[in-house]
Design a protein around this ligand. Structure first.
Ligand code: NYM
Length: 201
């Protein structure tokens, strides 16, 4: 997807279990790229600002009940509704740093026992990331980090299943980083991966 086209922005995705540090590390990468003068925007999924996103948010907060297939398709629809905007941004040279994407969609739903191929199919046709940063942390370690919040899925037993599903999704765009290193070392490694990736583009 335009990997050798310098005028296009890059799609960089952060993935990992809840409390692995994605949000702060993706924020740090955005600040770093801004300082380097790279046009960049920070994105996240679910995007809770749309009406689909509101339904997801209320489900995650346990304020509404939806069956597993329905919420899976809502998460996917939430990415589809942003697809053309994302494509336009990338085309206009903006790099997008995205906190969670299809890998979360598939891993969290497959962890509930849904068929993984079924989970993947609504993701087909979404934009493929150029670089995936997977912040690797043992579920037990993540649980120790100030504890989970009260949202759905934020439980050790479930996160173990999610971690297993993530492992089946690793592909050539993935860079795995040990999320138990210090915040600064993780940041440093992400910059290195970005540098190698940027040179290769
Ligand atoms: N989540 C996120 C899914 O189950 N499917 C998806 O497609 C996405 C993008 O939502 N526990 C789950 C993972 C998280 C939760 O995400 C909310 P966050 O990053 O905590 O706002």
């Amino acid at each position: 997807n335009g990997c050798n086209d310098k005028s296009r922005g890059s799609l960089i995705v952060f993935e990992g279990l809840d409390r692995c540090g994605k949000t702060s590390q993706s924020g740090r990468l955005v600040s770093y790229l801004e300082k380097k003068g790279v046009p960049v925007e920070s994105w996240r999924f679910p995007d809770r600002s749309t009406s689909v996103g509101e339904m997801i948010s209320s489900y995650l907060a346990n304020k509404s009940q939806l069956d597993d297939q329905t919420v899976h398709l809502l998460f996917s629809a939430n990415r589809w509704e942003k697809r053309s905007l994302m494509e336009n941004k990338l085309r206009s040279g903006i790099t997008l740093v995205v906190d969670r994407y299809s890998y979360s969609g598939v891993s969290f739903s497959a962890a509930k026992g849904l068929d993984i191929e079924w989970c993947k199919s609504p993701e087909r046709g979404l934009l493929a990331p150029d670089l995936v940063v997977y912040l690797d942390i043992a579920p037990e370690k993540a649980a120790e980090r100030g504890g989970y919040g009260s949202e759905r899925y934020e439980q050790l037993e479930f996160q173990r299943k999610v971690a297993q599903q993530y492992q089946t999704l690793r592909d050539s765009a993935w860079k795995v980083i040990d999320a138990c290193l210090s915040v600064d070392s993780v940041e440093e490694q992400i910059r290195e991966f970005y540098g190698l990736f940027d040179k290769a583009v």
